[in-house]
Design a protein around this ligand. Structure first.
Ligand SMILES: Cc1ncc(COP(=O)(O)O)c(C=O)c1O
Length: 370
C-alpha cells in the first residue's frame, strides 16, 4: 500500500456540500471582495487566538511584507532572519528594501540559536528581527527571544505560517507576539481553497497601518495616505477558511495523534524524531526526522520503492541560496544550518491518516534502519 506525503482531499463528511452551497450563494450575490465572510474570519481568529487585531491579506508572504512595512522597516534597515526557514521569510525583508542578516539554527528545536541571535543584535544593530515557528511548535527560547528584543528595542515579527493551533504556556503562540502572521496556503494547518494570509497584533496603530497598506494605502475610497498595494483576501477564500474552522479541532487532534504515533513507534532506531520543546502543545503540522546522510539516502530509496511519499523541508540554509547574492548583509553562523538541513527527512503527515497508513510507514522505516 502506498502512502501519500500529504493528502488534502480527506474532507469531513458534509464539508464539500457545505462549501458548494456557500460558493453558490456567494456567487448569486456576487460577494467576492470584503463583506461578511472576511469580517467573520477576522473576528473569529482574534477570538480564537486571543489577539486584539487580525488583518486578513492575500497570502502569508504578503502578511510578512505588510507587517514589516507597517513596522516602518525599509531601505537602510537591517532585519535578522532565521537561516533555516522557508524562503519567503528572507524574501520579505528584501522586498521591503531592507537588508537581511541570517541567524544560525538551534539543532534541538529548529528555531534560531539564542547566542547567535544575541550576537547578531550586538554586531548588526537591526531595526527588526524575524523568527519562524516551524514544524508545529516554536523555539524553546521564545520567551528569552521576545524579552531580548524588547530590552534591545528590536521589533520582533513572528512568522507563524506553520503554527496555527500551537499553544505555548497554555495559550495560542500568536497571543503574546508583538506582531505575527499566518498563511492559509492549502497545505497549511488552516488552509484556504487557494491563497490567503493574516497579520495578528495587539497594537491598534500597527493593525491600522497593515490594513491601510494592504488596500492601496487607502484612507478613503479615493484618498491615499501611503503607497501600499492590493493584498486583500478574497471573500470565497475567507468563506472556505470559516468553514474549515468548524472542523479544525478534529483535524488538529488527528494531526497530533499521527505526529505522536511516529515518536512512539520509531524509538530505538538511528534517527531522531523531533518533538515540541517543553511548554508547547504542537499542532502536528509535519513530521521531522534527523538521520545521517547515508542512512537518509537508504531510507529515501526504500520509501520510494514502497510508494511512500516523503519530503525534506528545508534542504538548504537560506544563506546558501544563490538568490541571496547582492542582498545578504551577513550570516551569523556556527555552520550548523547546513548540517541541520542535510539530515532532515519528513514522513507523511496530514489530517485523518489511517492506522494502516501509519503502520505501513513505520514498518518500512524499521525494516530499513533496524
Ligand atoms: C514559514 C513560512 N513563511 C511564509 C510562508 C509563505 O506563505 P504563502 O505561501 O501563503 O505566501 C510559508 C508557506 O508557504 C511558510 O511556511
Amino acid at each position: 500500500m502506498g502512502v501519500p506525503f500529504i493528502d488534502l482531499k480527506r474532507f469531513e463528511s458534509g464539508f464539500l456540500d457545505r462549501w458548494i452551497e456557500k460558493v453558490t450563494a456567494m456567487s448569486g450575490t456576487a460577494s467576492f471582495i470584503g463583506g461578511p465572510e472576511v469580517a467573520k474570519l477576522e473576528a473569529s481568529l482574534s477570538e480564537r487566538l486571543g489577539v486584539s487585531h487580525t488583518v486578513s491579506c492575500a497570502n502569508g508572504t504578503d502578511a510578512l511584507q505588510l507587517a514589516l512595512r507597517a513596522m516602518g522597516v525599509g531601505a537602510g534597515d537591517v532585519v535578522l532572519v532565521p537561516d533555516v526557514t522557508f524562503w519567503a521569510t528572507f524574501e520579505a525583508v528584501v522586498n521591503v528594501g531592507a537588508s537581511p542578516v541570517t541567524v544560525d539554527v538551534d539543532m534541538t528545536d529548529g528555531g534560531v540559536d539564542l547566542a547567535a541571535f544575541a550576537k547578531a543584535i550586538d554586531d548588526h544593530a537591526p531595526k527588526a528581527a524575524m523568527v519562524a515557528h516551524l514544524y508545529g511548535w516554536g523555539s524553546a527560547q521564545l520567551k528569552a527571544i521576545r524579552q531580548l528584543c524588547q530590552d534591545r528595542k528590536v521589533m520582533l515579527l513572528e512568522d507563524g505560517a506553520q503554527c496555527y493551533g500551537v499553544e505555548f504556556d497554555g495559550k495560542s503562540i500568536y497571543r503574546d507576539a508583538y506582531i505575527s502572521t499566518t498563511s492559509f496556503y492549502p497545505a497549511k494547518v488552516l488552509g484556504a481553497a487557494g491563497d490567503g494570509g493574516a497579520v495578528f497584533t495587539n497594537d491598534a496603530a500597527l493593525a491600522d497601518k497593515v490594513r491601510q497598506l494592504g488596500n492601496h494605502g487607502r484612507t478613503q475610497h479615493y484618498g491615499y495616505g501611503s503607497v501600499g498595494w492590493n493584498s486583500r483576501m478574497d471573500s470565497l477564500q475567507a468563506a472556505f477558511v470559516n468553514l474549515s474552522l468548524d472542523y479544525i479541532e478534529q483535524r488538529l487532534a488527528s494531526r497530533r495523534q499521527s505526529a505522536d504515533y511516529y515518536r512512539q513507534h520509531l524509538r530505538g532506531l538511528p534517527l531522531r524524531v523531533m518533538d515540541a520543546p517543553a511548554g508547547y502543545l504542537e499542532n502536528g503540522y509535519c513530521n521531522v526526522c534527523h538521520l545521517d546522510a547515508p542512512r537518509r539516502g537508504t531510507l529515501e530509496a526504500a520509501l520510494k520503492a514502497e510508494g511512500i511519499g516523503f519530503g525534506n523541508i528545508y534542504p538548504g540554509a537560506m544563506s546558501a541560496q544563490p538568490g541571496t547574492e547582492g542582498y545578504l548583509r551577513a550570516a551569523v553562523t556556527n555552520g550548523r544550518a547546513t548540517e541541520y538541513c542535510s539530515t532532515v527527512l519528513n514522513l507523511p503527515l496530514f489530517p485523518y491518516m489511517t492506522a494502516a497508513e501509519l503502520e505501513t510507514v513505520v514498518a518500512v522505516v524499521k525494516k530499513t534502519l533496524a
